[in-house]
Design a protein around this ligand. Structure first.
Ligand SMILES: Nc1ncnc2c1ncn2[C@@H]1O[C@H](C[S@+](CC[C@H]([NH3+])C(=O)[O-])CC(=O)[O-])[C@@H](O)[C@H]1O
Ligand SMILES: O=C(O)C(=O)Cc1ccccc1
Length: 246
């Protein structure tokens, strides 16, 4: 069932925009591990950090949950009584497979935080109060014009003792730094077995759908949305994760 990613291995006449469809879902665990340096470390530690902020009797959102890697870490680490996780994604095949993986996790552990997987668009969904919100490489797929509104809604519904954990691919204003980290990311992909063709076609596929920001832009926008403090807790090459306090 878990296949290796060869979606961009053959030359495509026209590379279509990247979508989270059935084909991507089938290879997603392999794709994200081979494409995002630090991903396993980020996922596990989001669970650890979230557990420090989760409040008793509260909701925890995992926005853009994909196959629920972060959701699973949250379920294992959060020990506060009466928490509930809402895992949200707008890709139907992701939601379906995510639910299957969570059921499998239920059979392996006791005392996991109860979880619901919901197919919904972050832009239009109704918000409930929450103590923790995670967005692990999800904001970058929301159009730049809508990002401030999403973060403002999150801040408005966040417990004062809570947290937003936000991971994103970053770009850099300094041309040399941008070039260096981009080259090193390409080296990471090559080391994980991706060919030049795969790397090039994937880049074409995501360039219209994944518009990335600098850390300064993220920080400024989070402060504008109402957050009081933004801390970079992890960076591996051009992939980073932030703690935003309400
Ligand atoms: N508007 C939207 N509403 C809901 N979901 C959305 C929206 N836009 C995109 N998505 C969903 O956000 C996810 C982004 S992947 C997250 C990885 C996961 N967090 C992980 O830790 O494994 C990141 C990546 O592939 O680089 C996809 O599943 C989209 O369907
Ligand atoms: O930045 C890249 O080159 C990526 O490949 C990031 C990525 C990882 C998984 C799905 C979409 C984008």
């Amino acid at each position: 069932m878990k296949e290796s990613d060869n979606i961009f291995a053959k030359p495509l006449e026209k590379v279509p925009d990247f979508v989270f469809n059935e084909d991507v879902v089938n290879v997603f665990p392999d794709m994200i591990k081979r494409s995002v340096p630090g991903y396993p470390t980020i996922v596990e530690n989001i669970g650890v950090i979230a557990a420090q902020y989760a409040q008793p009797n509260s909701l925890v959102y995992d926005l853009g949950c994909s196959l629920g890697a972060v959701t699973q870490a949250l379920r294992r680490h959060i020990k506060q009584p009466n928490c509930q996780i809402l895992a949200v994604d707008n890709s139907a095949p992701m939601v379906k497979r995510c639910q299957e993986y969570l059921t499998a996790q239920d059979a392996m552990y006791q005392e996991l935080t109860p979880t619901q997987v919901v197919e919904a668009d972050i832009i239009t969904m109704p918000w409930q109060r929450a103590s923790v919100v995670t967005m692990n490489f999800t904001l970058q797929f929301i159009s730049p014009e809508q990002r401030l509104a999403v973060l403002t809604a999150i801040h408005q519904h966040l417990d004062p003792q809570g947290v937003l954990l936000l991971s994103e691919k970053l770009r850099f204003d300094d041309e040399k730094e941008q070039q260096t980290l981009n080259e090193l990311h390409l080296a990471f992909k090559r080391a994980n077995g991706y060919s030049e063709l795969e790397i090039a076609q994937k880049r074409t596929a995501i360039e219209n759908v994944m518009k990335i920001d600098t850390f300064a832009i993220h920080q400024e926008r989070l402060l504008k949305a109402g957050f009081s403090k933004v801390t970079l807790w992890f960076q591996c090459l051009n992939f980073a994760s932030m703690i935003a306090l309400p």
